[in-house]
Design a binder for this molecule. Structure first.
Ligand code: SIN
Ligand code: MN
Length: 281
């Protein structure tokens, strides 16, 4: 999939592109059906909502689940990112966010590059976020909200919030959010399962809680330009990957046909990947 000049201009202006129904129901069904099996496993990669059993975020499923290993190499997702960066990319982070019906908690206003810079020492914001909806997203089940154009400000001041939710985040102050929203407003792309969003690492985003009876499972992948790999391994390897091998795409029908994939963490997470390290290897 190649982006048109108009799409490239739109991405530069707004900081995101929305592709409704990019993947068919046949392609997303196999992914969605795999999620309960992953969430029910007793693995370190499953982080639950504060005081609840519902999974907030699962990490690195592309290393131990076949359908997600194939998604991680899907050309419809990888090729546009390579086009924008004009370089090969590796998987910096792979998440399946639950945002479960009734239980799904907020994600505070933040930029992902804030974390990549402050925790991982990623040199530049040359890592792209991709969101792929596995459930329909509507105005009630906690859609992702963006401040269009906010990526133009680069890395903003952020503070490390370790208490609001079960997952620590470098979040942006309410005063700064007010100013940014005065300029750019807020949008919340909504659409059927199989829709994809591509968004800039500096785009300010958040989501509210899910009080609806509908789950809002979405996969978030961060694809980093290989030369821009992280320089610090403070976070565990299952959260911020340390393997900078360029992603090799599978054929476009890889979510329908069972192309063979490696699953290196199928029998468990290597001990070294469970901890932060003082020095990058
Ligand atoms: C994120 O910002 O990483 C996740 C936001 C969400 O799932 O709503
Ligand atoms: Mn984020």
């Amino acid at each position: 999939m190649k982006l048109t000049q108009e799409q490239l201009d739109q991405f530069d202006r707004d900081g995101y592109l929305f592709f409704p129904s990019l993947f068919s129901p046949e392609e997303t069904n196999g992914l969605r059906e795999e999620v309960p099996r992953i969430y029910s496993q007793d693995r370190i990669e499953n982080i639950r909502e504060k005081g609840k059993d519902s999974v907030r975020v699962n990490f690195a499923a592309h290393l131990y689940s076949e359908p997600f290993a194939r998604l991680g190499r899907h050309p419809r997702m990888v090729e546009p990112v390579k086009q924008v960066f004009d370089e090969d990319v590796y998987m910096h982070q792979f998440k399946i966010n639950g945002k479960a019906a009734f239980d799904g908690d907020i994600w505070q206003w933040h930029q992902d590059y804030g974390t990549w810079l402050n925790d991982d020492k990623m040199p530049e914001a040359r890592s792209m976020n991709i969101a792929i909806f596995l459930d329909d997203v509507n105005e009630f089940n906690g859609p992702l909200m963006f401040i269009p154009g906010s990526h133009k400000n680069g890395a903003l001041e952020a503070s490390h919030d370790v208490s609001t939710t079960s997952y620590p985040l470098w979040s942006i102050s309410n005063d700064n959010i007010r100013k940014l929203v005065d300029q750019g407003g807020i949008v919340a792309p909504k659409g059927p399962a199989g829709s994809m969003i591509m968004f800039h690492g500096c785009l300010v985003h958040a989501s509210g809680s899910n009080l609806s009876p509908w789950d809002r499972v979405a996969v978030y992948l961060s694809l980093c330009a290989v030369s821009n790999h992280i320089r610090r391994f403070k976070r565990p390897g299952y959260i911020a990957h340390r393997d900078f091998t360029p992603i090799e795409c599978l054929p476009d029908d890889c979510l329908i046909n069972p192309y063979p994939v490696d699953l290196p963490w199928k029998d468990g997470t290597p001990a070294i990947e469970k901890q932060g390290l003082q020095e990058a290897a």
